[in-house]
Design a protein around this ligand. Structure first.
Ligand code: PLZ
Length: 453
């Protein structure tokens, strides 16, 4: 990008054999001390990262199309974030906002009140992780409504803590053998346009979920409806137009708190500050994390003042929530998003990627193994199916998905997969990636898809 200074050379440069010796050595040390339950999708260890590249300890330079799962939207070492962090750590690293408060926390809450959808009065609470934000949104909704039931959706991902595991749909690897799970969680069908049996409209898909809620739970028992406006881990599923607004309007009518989980889709990722805005949805509570602080751990809930202020003093908090260094980073990251107009940048990335992948789909004839291309802004994905089933049975093709991701990595492009069926290749580039580097990464991806089609 013309107005961004990169510290590292923005190139893809990998030697024939990686992991190199230093990464191999680290892998051995890791094996001896790090729990096997923590998996890494890439076998190299990082030495440096900047803009659109990650450089490993052996000097290989990879194109980053994952942003550490949608976190480093402003880059992994945005100078503004780095400067703000350095400045803050020289003063204090922690005091605990619940003991001796500080301005950074308030300033972040002021930004969140401005940036989140709706011009109603809002309040915010800061935490550390996305799961923690979701947990707290649920706490607030239950207390404020005096109801128990929480409705989540098919393909949802909300985290790995006990409550958020219960809210997450996929068993393996997230839930299997980790139960028992928190009670009073109900799951209803999502709008998943590519996999609908018929050409069902968004409003109809919403009504399908609403009917299930009314018949099986009873609207009066529901504290909250929790939904990712664009689903992340579940497969970058963009619901049909009308689905979200219909659900939000029904929830409002029934006194149900509408919680938008924008942990993955927030902060310019989809070409808007929040994905809810694409259809003019104003959530009662919104959960945020990932992109919010340029790589430092910070999460937040922002919502209607009457809901948040219903909680008794001391009812919400945590030792590290709204850590001053993370707050400084968030203020700087938000500043960079504004300064570089990263919403426009995400829209530009969408245009660029879709043009390449649409051409590929046409070329492969009836889609080949590409069943669906979807997403918004720089949150884009292709769903892969078995050859010739793209328009018919749509049989998931997790093997090709894995092979394509592996081929990309082999060529020096870090690409993530997702999806209930493990058959989705997703693109989450840092929004500051240069056009040249992104095009180079797309060349590799398109080549890999062709090779497996
Ligand atoms: N809500 C919508 O996407 C995190 C998790 C990857 P934490 N997604 C990446 C993994 O395998 O753990 C996520 C999300 C949505 C909540 C979360 C949870 O955020 O910061 O990982 O707790």
């Amino acid at each position: 990008m013309a107005d961004i200074q990169y510290r590292l050379e923005q190139v893809r440069r990998v030697s024939g054999e990686f992991p190199g010796p230093k990464s191999v050595e680290l892998a051995e040390r890791r094996k001896a001390v790090v729990a096997g339950g923590v998996a890494s999708s890439v076998p190299v260890y990082v030495a440096d990262a900047d803009g659109g590249v990650i450089v490993d300890v052996d000097g290989n330079s990879f194109i980053d199309l994952g942003s550490g799962i949608a976190v480093t939207s402003v880059g992994a070492s945005d100078p503004a974030v780095v400067g703000a962090v350095q400045e803050q750590v020289e003063h204090f690293t922690h005091t605990c906002f619940m003991v001796t408060p500080y301005e950074g926390y308030i300033a972040v809450a002021e930004e969140l009140a401005k940036l989140t959808p709706g011009d109603h009065e809002k309040r915010s609470v800061l935490f550390n992780s996305g799961a923690e934000a979701v947990e707290n949104a649920v706490k607030v909704a239950r207390l404020a409504t005096g109801r128990d039931a929480i409705v989540a959706f098919d393909h949802a991902y909300h985290g790995r803590t006990n409550l958020t595991m219960a809210l997450t749909a996929k068993a393996m690897p997230y839930k299997t053998n980790f139960g028992p799970f928190a009670p009073e969680i109900y799951r209803v069908p999502m709008s998943y346009p590519y996999r609908e049996e018929s050409d069902i409209k968004g409003e109809e898909a919403a009504q399908r979920a609403i009917t299930m809620i009314e018949k099986q739970i009873g609207a009066d028992s529901v504290a909250a409806l929790l939904i990712e406006p664009i689903q992340g881990e579940g497969g970058f599923i963009v619901p049909a137009e009308g689905f979200l607004p219909t659900l939000a309007a029904w929830a409002k009518d029934k006194g149900i708190v509408f919680i938008a989980d924008e942990v993955q889709s927030g902060f310019c990722r989809t070409g808007a500050w929040f994905a809810s805005q694409h259809e003019g949805v104003v959530p009662d509570i919104i959960t945020m994390a990932k992109g919010i602080a340029g790589g430092l751990p910070l999460s937040a809930i922002t919502g209607r003042a009457d809901l948040l202020d219903a909680v008794h003093p001391g009812g919400l908090g945590g030792t590290y929530g709204g850590n001053p260094v993370a707050c400084a980073a968030a203020l700087a990251a938000i500043g960079s998003m504004r300064e570089h107009d990263l919403n426009a940048r995400a829209q530009h990335i969408e245009h660029l990627v879709k043009r390449r992948l649409e051409a590929l789909i046409t070329d492969l004839g009836d889609g080949g193994i590409v069943g669906d291309l979807r997403g918004r802004g720089a949150m884009l994905a292709v769903e892969l199916v078995r050859p010739g089933t793209a328009r018919t049975t749509k049989e998931p093709n997790p093997e090709a998905t894995k092979a394509i991701a592996a081929a990309c990595l082999e060529a020096g492009v870090i690409i993530l997969t997702c999806g209930t069926y493990g058959n989705v290749v997703r693109l989450l580039p840092p929004l500051v990636i240069s056009d040249e580097l992104l095009e180079d990464g797309l060349d590799v991806l398109v080549g890999a898809i062709r090779a497996h089609a």
